[in-house]
Design a protein around this ligand. Structure first.
Ligand code: TXA
Ligand code: MG
Length: 320
């Protein structure tokens, strides 16, 4: 069994595995990542193969500190401001890649930019120290599925394919990092809403984030933002104010419509932070009941609600 409690012995072994080109799944404060040495093209190719991920969808590179980020990419004044405010933490900056970065070209999927983040989770940080390499790490799920917030979810999706799955318990935010394009000096563009709310970033910048082009499956604003993603087996019915026969209920706040079917309340108190943390595990659990449809109560669009609703809309989108 590839799942190991993330003590120092396991982390040191995971570091050696990464240096030898193997894949290791590990917890971050957002979701679990599937890591590989970002400078090793074969190892990075293994990520795409293991996830069934299209090669045009670039990866996030995780580094331990700002100096490491600056060796890989160019930070504009605005990018540096964001880095100081939110790193380590769940913000990913898309930056202009340095020609001498040493990163595998596959990481950027042929773009001249690279997405970088400094994770805050102590196990992710210990692993970066043990590996002594920048780590490319997408969410550790099969492409198109819900991101894992527990080591068990990684094992359900990827089985024994990672050489090791480091178990650090449930992830704190439960949503992926917010991704912004900070390659230009004039504007910063929101590519993927995530664990850092838009309002917090705009407060630091002192200006509104630009939203970029509307994304669709042909022209994604960020290559990974395909309309259908996070897809459970069940169909999804959003903004549900009642329950129909045979539906499972994903509730938020109270009161909740009465149901005899399975039901999970993301936050009876209507707290978006709590709702985000439990969202993906709840989707997995309701899907596992075999319900044909998951009815989802309305969730407000402010703060983390923007990212929660983004994931729910993708889960509800027509499947390719
Ligand atoms: O919280 C997270 O971000 C997690 C943890 C493991 O760090 N990682 C994650 O990675 O969610 P992934 O691969 O599932 O999502 C990365 C997103 C994708 O939408 C991808 O298209 C976008 O970032 N991205 C990566 N590099 C990019 C680039 N150079 N330009 C534009 N978008 C990029
Ligand atoms: Mg992902």
């Amino acid at each position: 069994m590839a799942v190991r409690t993330a003590d120092q012995t396991a982390i040191d072994e995971a570091g050696r595995l990464l240096r030898s080109g193997a894949l290791v799944a590990f917890p971050t404060e957002t979701v679990y990542g599937l890591g590989a040495d970002a400078t090793n093209g074969q190892a990075v190719a293994g990520i795409f193969e293991t996830k069934g991920r299209p090669r045009f969808n670039p990866l996030i590179v995780h580094v331990p500190d700002l100096a490491s980020a600056e060796r890989l990419a160019v930070l504009s004044a605005r990018a540096r401001k964001l880095a100081h405010a939110f790193w380590p933490g769940p913000l990913t900056l898309v930056l202009t890649r340095r020609p001498d970065s040493g990163l595998s070209d596959l990481v950027s999927a042929g773009l001249d930019s690279v997405a970088i983040r400094i994770p805050a989770h102590p196990i992710a940080r210990a692993l970066l120290a043990a590996a002594e390499r920048p780590l490319a790490a997408p969410s550790a799920n099969r492409s198109g599925r819900v991101s894992p917030t527990l080591a068990r979810h990684v094992h359900e999706d990827l089985g024994e394919r990672p050489a090791m799955i480091l178990d650090g318990g449930a992830t704190a935010h439960g949503l992926e990092s917010t991704v912004v394009d900070a390659t230009g000096d004039a504007t910063v563009t929101l590519l993927r809403p995530g664990a850092v709310p838009r309002e917090a970033i705009e407060a630091v910048l002192g200006t509104a984030l630009s939203s970029g082009p509307e994304s669709d499956d042909v022209h994604p604003s960020s290559p990974g933002q395909l309309a259908s993603h996070y897809a459970p087996n069940a169909a999804m019915r959003l903004d549900a104010r009642d329950i129909r026969p045979g539906e499972a209920l994903l509730a938020f706040g109270s009161p909740v419509p009465a149901t005899e079917g399975s039901s999970i309340n993301l936050s009876p108190a209507g707290d978006l932070v709590e709702a985000a943390a439990g969202l993906f595990a709840a989707l997995r659990a309701l899907d596992a009941t075999g319900a044909r449809t998951i009815a989802v109560m309305p969730i407000p669009e402010h703060g983390l609600g923007e990212a929660i609703n983004d994931r729910l809309r993708r889960a509800a989108a027509p499947r390719p």
